[in-house]
Design a protein around this ligand. Structure first.
Ligand SMILES: Nc1ncnc2c1ncn2[C@@H]1O[C@H](COP(=O)(O)OP(=O)(O)OP(=O)(O)O)[C@@H](O)[C@H]1O
Length: 272
């Protein structure tokens, strides 16, 4: 699919009130089908940048061109209402001009896919942080946006939902949606992004493209926390299998550790 430019930031600055500038001279182009990952320390300005990208916050200086249909998922979904997850999503769908039946079908699809605890009828105010986050993501995916802006979307999600979100990002980007996300894990940002950046001192530094990854499917070994091992970008386990997404440069050491640890290797395949 040919990519088109959706949004361009040129020399964007942002200060909150009369304080120091949080963003300084940000140049960034967002193309369709592109996944842009943004790293940065606490307080570096990641959420501020995402709110500017989503059109929720006006920059103090610089220019922004482009008006993509944008969906935004904040780092904490404020789920205080009494209405059910399904009713909330149907309402949001109708607000966006969807037919009721379509909104309901899409709501049901995302809540089932992300396995919302208690199911779609659960009142929002009874949801845990991670389950509220699933509803926030479902809300953004009701109708396909041109640009999906995700603020630390994996934080709070359980292992299965993390894997689903990674798959969903791959799927929608293949359909042409641009995705911008923040996270604190350099390996994950580098691996999932087509362009990775780091915010330092209010400026956006380019980290270049993603390093390719390999998917390693293991079975039969002892309980192991793979997520802390060098090169492991993601790990996903169920009763039968453990699926690791591993940077290509670390594939052999991880395979060796698995075999030495008593695991059987079911598959090694190119992931990205
Ligand atoms: N509405 C606001 N009013 C005043 N200052 C703000 C506001 N929002 C953010 N800030 C300040 O701007 C700076 C950047 O905050 P921001 O939330 O963008 O950082 P972040 O990189 O997303 O941090 P974290 O990783 O902790 O989520 C911080 O110093 C913060 O205190």
């Amino acid at each position: 699919m040919e990519s088109t430019s959706l949004l361009r930031l040129h020399g964007v600055t942002k200060r909150h009130g009369s304080g120091e500038a949080v963003l300084r001279g940000i140049d960034l182009t967002i193309d369709s089908g592109q996944v842009t990952g943004i790293l940065g320390a606490n307080g570096a300005g990641k959420s501020t940048l995402l709110r500017v990208l989503a059109g929720l916050s006006r920059p103090s200086g610089g220019t922004i061109t482009g008006h993509p249909a944008t969906a935004y998922v904040p780092d904490r979904f404020p789920a205080r209402q009494r209405m059910s997850a399904r009713a909330y999503l149907c309402h949001m769908g109708r607000v966006r001009g969807m037919r009721s039946a379509d909104a309901r079908a899409r709501a049901e699809y995302w809540l089932v896919r992300f396995d919302l605890a208690g199911g779609p009828s659960t009142p929002l105010r009874e949801l845990s942080k991670g389950n509220a986050q699933k509803v926030g993501i479902a809300q953004a995916l009701l109708s396909r946006p041109d640009l999906l802006v995700l603020d630390e979307p994996w934080s709070g999600l359980d292992v299965a939902a993390r894997g689903i979100l990674t798959d969903v990002i791959d799927e929608i980007r293949a359909e042409g949606t641009a995705v911008v996300f923040t996270d604190h894990r350099p390996a994950l940002v580098r691996s999932l992004s087509t362009t990775a950046h780091k915010l330092v001192g209010g400026r956006l530094l380019s980290l270049g493209g993603a390093e390719p990854t390999t998917r390693i499917v293991l079975t039969g070994g002892p309980a192991t926390d793979w997520s802390t091992r060098d090169g492991v970008v993601e790990s996903h386990a169920d009763d039968q299998e453990t699926v690791l997404t591993v940077r290509v440069s670390e594939r052999e050491p991880v395979l060796l550790a698995a075999i030495r640890g008593g695991w059987s290797v079911l598959a090694v395949e190119q992931a990205r």
